[in-house]
Design a binder for this molecule. Sequence first.
Ligand SMILES: Nc1nc2c(ncn2[C@@H]2O[C@H](COP(=O)(O)OP(=O)(O)O)[C@@H](O)[C@H]2O)c(=O)[nH]1
Ligand SMILES: [Mg+2]
Length: 287
Amino acid sequence: MARAATAVENRTPESQRLMQELFPHTGRALTLGITGSPGAGKSTLVDGIIRHLRGEGRTVGVIAVDPSSPFSGGAILGDRIRMSAHYADPGVYIRSMATRGTMGGLAPATTDMALLFDAAGRDVILIETVGVGQDEVEIARLADVTMVVLVPGMGDDVQAMKAGIMEIADVFIVNKADQPGAEKLERELLATLGLAHRNDNWFPPVVRAVAKDGKGIAESLEAARNYMQFEGRRNNAGERWAMRLKQMLRERLLERFEESDFTQAAERVTTRTCDPYSIVDDWLKRV
Ligand SMILES: Nc1nc2c(ncn2[C@@H]2O[C@H](COP(=O)(O)OP(=O)(O)O)[C@@H](O)[C@H]2O)c(=O)[nH]1
Ligand SMILES: [Mg+2]
């Protein structure tokens, strides 16, 4: 599994063939996306969820998407230490993936990694991502259930929250409820949610948690499972696959090009030697 995961992360041609063979064996796992600001307590929450799931006898695969930003650089080591209790447990497989500054890549690689874990028979797959940027929003959308972690007093007030995050959350977790402002945050959140309306008529529940003390873990999982039940399990799977297919196409197209193709073409465009429409037309023909 480790070797397959490395191949998937490096997007080798072998990994594509492997995924083709493995795909018929996927479709069983429950995938939970956990997203939120750096320091919100995602890893702590993931740690608690792993513990809870292991208590139920379920196997777990974890994909931790490490942003390479210096911002949360310290949290990466913290994650390792916090999760180290599970390293000796064969029922838990943890894989960190670094965001690369390159175009595309991360979301598709994460999708493949989740499918790999699914094919390997993991019951639940947890994907931890930082809730900033389009990549993360896309990854969150790939999960069956997206849980957004908010904390009081971190500028996470509801007004300041990005609309994108509000839209993708199936479950809200107000973590660090041991700190002042948790109730206020919860109230604001519920008021905002009361005004919003989702097409599927789901009203995202708000769960209070103190992840560092293991509080709210069971409730968070229950909320995720309620959503799955409400959703009739894979009701929106078609929608999500349409998105993944677009991503795959985008990635496969971009793979055919070098960065220099773009810089050289940009030069021709800026000097008005060639128009951008003809360049893209030529590229499409080449593909
Ligand atoms: N007070 C308090 N601190 C917490 C809670 N959950 C996590 N933390 C702490 O918040 C810090 C960041 O947690 P971490 O899980 O690494 O956050 P991540 O960056 O979102 O993965 C750590 O020092 C945790 O111990 C909580 O419920 N209450
Ligand atoms: Mg973390």
